[in-house]
Design a protein around this ligand. Structure first.
Ligand SMILES: Nc1ncnc2c1ncn2[C@@H]1O[C@H](COP(=O)(O)OP(=O)(O)OP(=O)(O)O)[C@@H](O)[C@H]1O
Length: 594
């Protein structure tokens, strides 16, 4: 048919929302007569439900009253996740015919790519509310249904799921879309208010002062002076996008307004429109920490550093990959100190070093007497310690799969339930993870959850090994200065620095730092160190080639040389290497055993 190559019905063709959606459905390769439909097995569904507990808890009271309203229309309320997967169906389904009951039950996937034009899938595709009635549905098998859906937005600006009302198309649905929109507005309002952290500012705005303190309020949340969250009403009305959260400052949004508590509604002009606003200061004032001057990354440009900071400020999960010792933790600590999370702690967890049986209590904490041997005072756990700060997950690739599920849930719901507790506690933190493993390969092998992989790797950064850093000589001199070389009036000759800059450094900065500590411990005040001060393996030109199992072999050699320099005195060698004596005993025993 000319002008209508997709053979759309006149009703669909006349409505751009529908014709676009039908075109997409056809492009997905769907057939209107298709009778099979995507559905999740109960085990996978249980897993997905567990990771959306917060969404369900938040929506439950609003949905309960909504489902009572739609009973007379023989309709049900459906809650889906952001992929269109039905998580819960509320209301009486008995009045529906069997096919509809089956199709709307939890576990069904109502994405547009799975079922063509339908309210849940199309609302997700256009990120807006919509109603799809009878023959407007793409699949013939759904054409007895009426559905109205609204995407739900979490305070961090992400689409978290969809709220939908579905029922027989034969009933009148004059108010249904308005009801579902009102419920979604209420959920998004409660979500912002309930996840407010004591260190955050809350701004509420509305063109009419009497509407303040109602679900119609526009809500904005600031941490320090950074905009970090808001409800959809505010973001739409003020033209803000999720990408601006963590970037936009109070001053950029309201240039003429001081960031001061305002209790009695005051007028305010924004984008040519008059609003009234209140500004509630944080309940717990964070210790004002002045950010240290500019972030310097020795291996890249200042712009790269600024980019990473912006991402961290926006709450984006960073995944840092790179060889051992190249500074993954060091850079994470620097980012934390410069970020909006700096008033909270930097909490590092080595996922490979904690015994599997202890990781759970270590991460999630426990109630007094939660298990035999538990401290009688309980333990808050690392995740709660990181509240307001940065949680650094080192060697994330080694986290046991069972714990990956719990970690994912915490990252999605931003709350933690200590062992033995019945109530969960809200937490707010940024996540940086590090690994020297190939995480994608672990996902392919089935030892790392794919959903956690994407959640933790919202932005991935690969640190180059030290041998590839530009300006290595300058870095070596800086490290020497930081270790106190200049203070002790001990200099490094240019020839020595050049030799070190040419080394391959399989153990990266850790190896370089250990060597410089040894040189410093052995040198006399006022001396200038030449290449002959270097241990033999560093003296020879060309520089030593990287060896298999690099770090361990290098460490063993360095330990042996240092011990020899101090005539076998373990205390002095340990001091020179900057490690505990017990480490040297342990390493000595290991290398000696080979
Ligand atoms: N840019 C840097 N400036 C100064 N010191 C650094 C720098 N990068 C790393 N270091 C130091 O090198 C050592 C190793 O760094 P770090 O622990 O961050 O490496 P890593 O990549 O996390 O190692 P691993 O993979 O073994 O955990 C630390 O003592 C750290 O302080």
């Amino acid at each position: 048919m000319r002008g209508n190559p997709l053979n759309l019905t006149p009703e669909v063709e006349a409505n751009p929302l529908l014709s676009d959606s039908w075109s997409r459905s056809l492009r997905y390769g769907l057939e209107p007569t298709a009778d099979d439909f995507p559905r999740l097995h109960s085990r996978e569904l249980a897993d997905r439900l567990a990771s959306h507990r917060r969404l369900q808890q938040l929506t439950q009271p609003v949905i309960d009253s909504l489902s009572r309203k739609v009973t007379d229309l023989q309709s049900v309320v459906v809650l889906s996740d952001a992929s269109g997967l039905v998580l819960h169906t509320f209301g009486d389904m008995q009045a529906m015919d069997k096919a509809q009951r089956v199709a709307l039950a939890p576990g069904n996937l109502w994405s547009e790519s799975g079922r063509g034009t339908n309210a849940i899938g199309t609302a997700l595709a256009i990120d807006d509310s919509c109603e799809i009635e009878g023959r407007q549905h793409f699949l013939a098998r759904n054409q007895d249904l009426y559905c109205a859906a609204v995407p739900l937005q979490s305070p961090d600006g992400r689409v978290a799921g969809v709220l939908d009302i579905s029922g027989p198309a034969s009933y009148p649905h004059h108010q249904t879309l308005a009801w579902v929109k009102g419920a979604a507005k209420q959920i998004e309002y409660l979500w912002v208010k309930q996840s407010l952290h004591p260190q955050q500012w809350l701004m509420s705005l509305h063109p009419r002062p009497e509407k303040l303190d109602s679900v119609d309020e526009l809500l904005l949340v600031f941490e320090d002076n950074l905009l970090t969250a808001g409800n959809r009403l505010a973001m739409r009305r003020l033209g803000l996008s999720a990408a601006e959260l963590g970037q936009m400052t109070f001053g950029q949004l309201f240039p003429d307004l001081p960031q001061q508590a305002v209790d009695v509604p005051q007028p305010l002009w924004v984008a040519g429109q008059r609003f009234y606003y209140r500004l509630r200061p944080p309940a717990r004032v964070s210790v004002a920490v002045t950010p240290p001057p500019g972030l310097r990354l020795p291996f890249s440009t200042p712009r790269e550093g600024e980019k990473l900071l912006r991402l961290l400020n926006a709450g984006i999960a960073l995944c840092i990959e790179g060889e051992t010792g190249c500074g993954k933790e060091h850079i994470s600590r620097m980012l934390h100190q410069h970020s909006r999370w700096r008033s909270g702690k930097f909490v590092a967890i080595n996922c490979a070093a904690i015994p599997e049986s202890l990781i759970e209590s270590e991460l999630f904490g426990y109630q007094p007497g939660a298990f035999t041997g538990a401290s009688k005072n309980g333990y808050p756990g690392k995740i709660r310690e990181a509240d307001g700060g940065v949680l650094f997950l080192d060697e994330i690739g080694d986290m046991p799969v069972t714990l990956q599920t719990r970690l994912l849930r915490i990252l999605q719901e931003k709350e933690v339930t200590p062992l033995g507790a019945s109530q969960s506690l809200p937490v707010n933190f940024a996540v940086i993870c590090a690994t020297h493993r190939n995480l994608a390969q672990r996902v392919a092998e089935g030892t790392f959850r794919e959903d956690l992989f994407y959640r933790l790797r919202e932005f991935a950064l690969t640190l180059p090994p030290l041998r590839q850093w530009p300006a290595r000589a300058a870095f070596i001199r800086q490290l020497w200065h930081d270790l106190g070389g200049e203070k002790r009036r001990i200099a490094l000759s240019s020839a020595l620095v050049d030799r070190l800059a040419a080394c391959p450094w399989p153990g990266n900065v850790r190896q370089l730092q250990s060597l410089l500590k040894v040189l410093l411990a052995l040198a006399e005040e006022g001396e200038t160190l030449e290449t002959d001060a270097l241990p033999e393996e560093y003296r020879a030109a060309p520089a030593p080639a990287p060896v298999a199992g690099g770090r361990q072999q290098h460490d063993a050699r360095l330990i042996a040389q240092t011990l020899a320099s101090f005539d076998g005195n373990i205390s002095k060698a340990a001091q020179a290497l900057g490690v505990a004596r017990s480490t040297l005993y342990r390493r000595g025993a290991r290398t000696g055993g080979r």
